[in-house]
Design a binder for this molecule. Structure first.
Ligand code: ZN
Length: 449
């Protein structure tokens, strides 16, 4: 057994759904990496315990990632353009990937996530084959590289293997997209069925978007996920043009097209959901579909502000993702939901800090199939992170307001310790297996040029 001790921790009250900051919290972890006991007001740190100085939170879930987009940070901030011109630059980075350089890059991107308090990532993966479209000797070589990268970085992964078959409604993949395509959803399913869950990895499904999967193939992907009770993610209505093209091709919106083929539901996460009609919102709330918001990417790509507050009010769980990794900071994603609403409505107080933390922790983990993580309670997986409360950004308030401080003032640089399955991954702001994270990122990104 391993024992941790936190002067302050954000806990779920035993048997209840309310969370609060408790003091002097002893966390015992058993040999299987689960919390065997959690004791507030436990007195001083016991001898031999690992002391977590600051506010300990459940591990953060980064529910939407494309690891290789990290290579674009900064480079895509020169000049002007739209989502579509940004995408051309992104495709050039995708062209340079192979299983070896992607393993190297993703390992250090996931290490950056761990440093930011992330204990699970949802990797929305679509670069499956060689440039031109020929499979690798192992047809899942790229997905396996991502699973191995997460292991090396010490975090959990849900590999959301994306079906990507077309360039638009009725158009074949372009020369960049050929390596994304399996040809048919049936061939996609045969390949993905070869991937197996591991202790740190789950296999899920994704529909890249209604642009990339023809209507008659949607049901095959949904059925694959349903049979396995696996998470199913889909990019939804990020851009107005997607809605317009879908209406022109099918006479319905993307949301309604997905609903028609059984894609929506509580195991499904709709990513972005930016441009929705009232009817779309009714369909999403009626099906209890999870909404994955990626506010730092949505503002970076000039997408717009999605109706997260309205969808959450209707009963959709909310998760958060750093998506294109313009920044990797789940606190920034969380507060952006509230701050975007303030700008749009000229009013404050749409979300509580606790609700935003729940999106970043428990609901994010659940959307990735890690239903036993994201909570500090007995029996849960021992995944947690500690935010320092004595940095220039976080100092000055009572620890009772730790959740508010974390969500509205902290940055990823304030994360001090990260534990996954009882194993210390980050200690005092240093990643233990990728200690020179910045330098290693430089090397991994330079290798793509
Ligand atoms: Zn995405």
């Amino acid at each position: 057994m391993t024992t941790f001790w936190a002067p302050h921790a954000w806990l779920r009250r035993e048997g209840g759904s309310l969370t609060a900051v408790e003091d002097d919290v002893r966390i015992d972890v058993d040999a299987t990496g689960r919390i065997s006991a959690i004791t507030p007001d436990s007195g001083p740190a016991p001898e031999g315990a690992t002391v977590l100085t600051g506010l300990t939170l459940p591990g953060l879930a980064n529910a939407h990632s494309h690891a290789f987009h990290r290579a674009l940070r900064g480079a895509v901030q020169v000049g002007s353009g739209t989502f579509w011109t940004w995408r051309d630059t992104m495709y050039r980075a995708a062209d340079a990937l192979d299983p070896d350089n992607y393993l190297a890059l993703a390992t250090v991107v996931y290490a950056e996530m761990a440093l930011a308090g992330v204990t699970s990532v949802g990797e929305f993966h679509y670069v499956h084959h060689q440039p031109g479209g020929a499979p690798y000797a192992d047809p899942n070589a790229m997905g396996e590289a991502l699973i191995e990268a997460a292991a090396r970085a010490g975090i959990r992964i849900t590999l959301l293997d994306a079906c990507y078959l077309s360039s638009g409604f009725g158009e074949a993949p372009n020369r960049h997209q050929t390596r994304f395509s399996d040809g048919t959803a049936e061939a996609w399913a045969a390949r993905v069925s070869l991937l197996k869950d591991r202790d740190h990895a789950k296999i899920g499904a994704a529909i890249h978007s209604v642009r990339a999967v023809p209507e008659e193939e949607l049901g095959t992907v949904a059925a694959w996920a349903k049979e396995r009770q696996a998470p199913l993610h889909v990019h939804l209505s990020e851009q107005v043009a997607e809605n317009e093209h879908c209406l022109a091709a099918h006479g319905v919106t993307p949301t309604q097209l997905l609903a028609r083929h059984g894609v929506l539901g509580p195991r499904t996460s709709a990513v972005h959901a930016t441009h929705l009609s009232e009817e779309d919102m009714r369909v999403l709330t009626d099906t209890s579909t999870v909404i994955c918001m990626c506010p730092t990417t949505e503002r970076d790509l000039a997408d717009g502000i999605g109706p997260a507050r309205q969808l959450a009010g209707g009963g959709c769980p909310i998760s958060l993702g750093s998506d294109s990794h313009a920044v990797i900071d789940l606190f920034e994603e969380a507060r952006a939901l509230e701050l975007n609403e303030r700008l749009a409505t000229q009013r404050r107080g749409h979300w509580t800090a606790a609700a935003l933390l729940r999106a970043a922790t428990e609901d994010g983990h659940a959307s990735l199939g890690w239903t036993e993580s994201g909570r500090l309670e007995r029996g849960a997986l021992a995944d947690f992170c500690t935010v320092a409360l004595d940095t220039p950004r976080t100092a000055g308030q009572s620890p009772r307001l730790g959740a508010e401080t974390a969500v509205f003032a902290a940055t990823s640089a304030d994360v001090r310790d990260v534990v996954v399955g009882g194993r210390i991954v980050v200690r005092d702001g240093v990643h233990l297996s990728v200690p020179e994270t910045g330098r290693t990122l430089n090397e991994a990104i330079a290798a793509l040029r």
